[in-house]
Design a protein around this ligand. Structure first.
Ligand SMILES: [Cu+2]
Length: 266
């Protein structure tokens, strides 16, 4: 008898916390997205949450009702032998719903991972190692200098192993955080030097593994100016927790100025 109200109270509490960000503030939820893809992901996520949330609520209310209605009243118990039609209906409805949501979501996911970046995208190389991030921009010549693993030397700042003999590499800019111009397509080339790492920026809603021996292209466009955390999202060793950096989205003018300042320091 008591069990039914317990189920109902728990249901309301769970729904309250899921809806919490509407009345308890955004600390309860993801930080706002800063890209078109981020927005699309959120819309898909909310749609899934609403559909499954309504079903969850109705199913739990029904569960409470069944518990209450068929409680032990001292009489002989009656039970059902099942209902094939009903089982067919709810199994196919669930299948249609889930496959439908997956198809919707796949469209957004595929746009991020399978579409190639526009030709004018700004190319930035990303190198991850235990436990730091390094980024490389081509200098004024628009060309990345040749690299070789034998030139890698963290002590003198050559974490990419740029070959000093290659003139194209002379003006390459290497940094410990990324700066990008707002609203421009960015193409990252992700590389890992030792173990698997993962490039993750919450506000972009993007996450991509970085695998040693592979160069993984990954493109995005960030529209909102600000500084966002890049966290390694693959447990990569003892110092994994300190493996983070920042993505700074700047106005185009600020970004060009920053690039000029970097080049001047060379
Ligand atoms: Cu890592």
């Amino acid at each position: 008898m008591l069990l039914a109200p317990v189920v109902w109270i728990l249901t309301v509490l769970i729904c309250y916390f899921f809806l919490g960000h509407y009345f308890l503030g955004t600390a309860f939820w993801f930080p706002p997205p800063i890209s078109e893809h981020g927005l699309a992901y959120d819309q898909q996520f909310n749609l899934t949450l609403v559909v499954t949330g309504v079903i969850f609520f109705l199913a739990q209310v029904a569960l409470g009702w069944v518990i209450f209605r068929y409680r032990d009243d001292g009489k002989r118990a009656n039970y059902s032998h099942g209902n094939n039609t009903l089982e067919m209906v709810w199994t196919s409805a669930t299948a249609v719903l889930f496959i439908g949501l997956v198809l919707f979501g796949t469209r957004i996911w595929a746009a991020v991972h399978f579409e190639t970046a526009p030709a004018d995208a700004l190319k930035i190389e990303v190198s991850a190692k235990q436990f730091a991030w390094n980024f490389r921009y081509a200098g004024a010549d628009g060309q990345f200098g040749r690299t070789d693993i034998k030139f890698i030397n963290d002590a003198n700042g050559n974490s990419f192993g740029i070959d000093e003999k290659d003139p194209a590499g002379k003006d390459d800019i290497t940094t410990a955080s990324i700066k990008v111009p707002a609203g421009k397509p960015i193409l990252l080339i992700l590389k890992a030097r030792d173990v698997i790492h993962n490039f993750f920026v919450r506000e972009l809603r993007l996450k991509q593994d970085m695998v040693p021996g592979m160069e993984i292209p990954f493109h995005f466009k960030a529209d909102t100016i600000g500084i966002y955390e890049i966290a390694c999202s693959e447990l990569c060793g003892l110092g994994h927790h300190q493996m983070h950096s920042t993505l700074e989205v700047m106005s185009e003018a600020d970004f060009e100025k920053w690039k000029r300042d970097q080049a001047a320091q060379k």
